[in-house]
Design a protein around this ligand. Structure first.
Ligand code: 5AD
Ligand code: SF4
Length: 452
């Protein structure tokens, strides 16, 4: 048995890919390990979205190099692999900057991983694979038959054709590709058979899904969700990440008609200023976005929204930033992510002359995050005293405690619920904390709380 340590950076699509890497290496005798320390193979599954994310990889590689040398001095070996979007974007540059790296493999070539491991073992030079072959990837790799957690990710779409001017994704993940519906349904059924109660469908542009249906028609995301909702034992469906331009009428309607579709939607807007949205090539306006929010709320009144924001995009003025704050006040988000604009080499915005000074970016980010935090807290407060169904996912920090997710994706800590992991239970929400809620069971069942 050989020890495998995978460190995952970035988005949920990487979390899914890391699980597939582990599955594909299991037949070679690799078993997951919790640390890099004694690992025979270390995989960094990387993110290239912002500069900081990419730089973290190089500092981690420095640490791994020392570990590898230490192991070598004891006559042991360690294979170091860089997977994911940094691998795709930087290719050979990685082995040039860090010669301890043995394997560089892009996100569309993961199915070749076992072959690369064999190649790296055969000769000392590093192996590189950065082809774009999503079809092949999913033919070979899909969720394993192993036990699943109560919640699972399932990648249904990869890549992006939108070319927002700040974003590396169209270059690292390639063109939009949708998996056939039949393949997705089979994978979902397998996950449910092995214990998943909730599935989150993943894609860089998940609502642009246009996959081949079993009837020969092209299926939309709404049609696919309808099909998956038929699976017995699957209680909850979610999907992420969506683009405002692809919120089709049937998808909006599905939020009203599909009981299993959870009332939470991550719908990134990036900016509230029409001038900035146009410069970003977002292909939607502020009004279009606000109208969408209204229509989705008409379909499902209690839906909770989350979003992504970028502050300090080149040319963003104080007035543009005020427009973003005003949009946030209008929508009122349950949760959100916000970032300072980060120049990504090779993207159109990186070459813009009017870059916003760092201190201005920092001040704007702080102000926006202050507002978003206030809204998140208010959303949590409004849940106090309510009853809601939780899907218990894992053990909490305290003995006997379990953590579940509310329909709105908030983590909820509940005492005496450890034995309920993997099940859906109605709970009472008692208190909103900074990033989670505290709840209690309606009929406290204190028996059989196992220690952990
Ligand atoms: N700088 C800052 N944030 C970015 N994002 C994507 N590219 C950049 C960039 N160059 C953010 C967007 C996107 C999220 C995943 O990351 O908000 O929605
Ligand atoms: Fe990047 Fe825009 Fe595509 Fe999202 S839609 S992945 S932000 S290019």
């Amino acid at each position: 048995m050989k020890k495998l340590f995978i460190k995952t950076y970035g988005c949920q699509m990487n979390v899914y890919d890391s699980a597939r890497i582990a599955d594909s290496l299991a037949p070679l005798g690799f078993v997951a390990s919790a640390t890099a320390q004694d690992a025979d193979m270390v995989v960094l599954n990387t993110c290239h979205i912002r500069e900081k994310a990419a730089e973290k990889v190089y500092s981690e590689l420095g640490r791994l190099r020392r570990m590898k040398e230490e192991r070598a001095s004891r006559g042991e070996s360690m294979v170091i692999a860089v997977a994911g979007c940094v691998a795709q974007a930087e290719g050979r540059e990685i082995t040039r900057r860090q010669s301890a790296v043995d394997i560089v493999v892009g996100p569309q070539s993961l199915h070749r991983f076992p072959e690369l491991v064999a190649r790296a073992a055969r000769d000392a030079s590093s192996a590189l694979e950065t082809d774009f072959a999503p079809e092949e990837k999913f033919d070979v790799l899909s969720a394993s038959s192993g036990a699943s957690a109560p919640t699972a990710f399932l990648t249904i779409q990869e890549g992006c054709d939108k070319f927002c001017t700040f974003c590396v994704v169209p270059y690292t993940r390639g063109a939009e590709y949708s998996r056939p519906a039949i393949q997705i349904e089979a994978e979902a059924r397998r996950l449910v058979e092995h214990g998943a109660r909730e599935i989150t469908l993943l894609g860089q542009n998940v609502n642009a899904y246009r996959g081949e249906g079993p009837d020969g028609e092209t299926w939309s995301l709404a049609r696919l969700l309808q099909q998956l909702a038929e699976i017995d034992g699957l209680e909850r469906l979610r999907y992420t990440t969506s683009h405002p331009r692809d919120m089709a009428d049937d998808l909006i309607a599905a939020h009203g008609s599909l009981g299993k579709l959870m009332p939470h939607l991550h719908l990134p807007v990036q900016s509230g200023s029409d001038a900035v949205l146009a410069a970003m090539n977002r292909q939607h306006t502020r009004d279009h976005y606000l109208r969408l929010i209204e229509r989705i709320r008409e379909a499902r009144a209690d839906i909770a929204f989350s979003s992504d924001f970028i502050v300090g995009y080149p040319g963003e003025t104080d007035a543009d930033f005020e427009d973003t704050l005003a949009l946030v006040r209008t929508v009122s988000y349950a949760q959100a992510f916000s970032f300072k604009y980060s120049r990504r080499p090779g993207t159109p915005a990186a070459a813009a002359r009017k870059q916003v000074p760092e201190p201005v970016k920092s001040a704007r980010l702080q102000e926006l995050q202050g507002l978003l935090t206030t809204q998140q807290n208010a959303f949590g407060k409004a849940c106090e005293g309510r009853r809601m169904p939780l899907l218990f996912e894992k053990a909490g920090r305290e003995r006997g405690q379990a953590v579940g997710r509310s329909p709105y994706l908030q983590p909820v800590h509940v005492d005496g619920a450890f034995h309920l992991i993997g099940t859906m239970v109605d709970v009472q929400i008692d208190e909103a904390l900074a990033n989670s809620l505290r709840g209690s069971l309606l009929r406290p069942d204190c028996e059989q709380v196992p220690a952990h």
